[in-house]
Design a protein around this ligand. Sequence first.
Ligand SMILES: Nc1ncnc2c1ncn2[C@@H]1O[C@H](COP(=O)(O)OP(=O)(O)OP(=O)(O)O)[C@@H](O)[C@H]1O
Ligand SMILES: [Mg+2]
Length: 223
Amino acid sequence: MMLRAEQISKQYFRRTGGANYFHAVKPVSLELQPGTVTVLCGRSGSGKTTLLHMLSGLLRPTEGRVLLGETDLYALSDRELSQLRNRFIGVVPQGRSVLDTLTVEENILLPGTLYAAPDRREAAARWMARLNIEALAQARASELSGGELRRTAIARTMCAAPDVILADEPTGDLDDENTALVFACFREAAAQGAAVFIVSHESDALQIADRAFRMDAGEMNPL
Ligand SMILES: Nc1ncnc2c1ncn2[C@@H]1O[C@H](COP(=O)(O)OP(=O)(O)OP(=O)(O)O)[C@@H](O)[C@H]1O
Ligand SMILES: [Mg+2]
């Protein structure tokens, strides 16, 4: 399914001596097509995460619409939006998102467990193997390294086989070898029909991009 943003923008309020509103993201339109990888680069603070959160249904734009197929995300009720997001949209968040008290496997299966999806243990095993964390399946997340946590979060997203994958700095804490592995996984997801969107302040994701953009002080332009 296609994810489409129509002239979305985000204004935040910030105290800077006086009180000011500023545009973290200036009005932007974007189409994420099934089967493609779109990469967004840009410096820290340029508005990349803000844009990704608006695309994912987590942050209501100040103006504009986000459409998944024909469905306007922000016209839905909270409950409808949560269900739609769980079913169709996979987010790999920038920060820590893995639950410490669960095992790696439990974390990966959690989104399916919450909404009583069909058993995903086989897919979980496959993605853990792909991402080199299968030996950690029964380890508690509290015992993992930063890179292992990152790969767990990626496996959790991939395991659900979402139509749209939105990944925020997915290789930020990975070495070269694991970075290549993760990029291959995203490419494979696109080959199977997913619309993939990767945000990064480094340019290494550009190598797998079908389309690339750059964010500068809230303004997005083709690269
Ligand atoms: N809730 C908020 N309220 C006010 N300002 C915010 C809020 N969230 C983010 N900002 C500001 O909006 C701008 C864009 O932030 P954003 O997190 O989108 O940047 P980013 O490009 O993802 O940066 P990084 O590469 O460091 O992750 C920054 O100047 C940030 O300080
Ligand atoms: Mg960010």
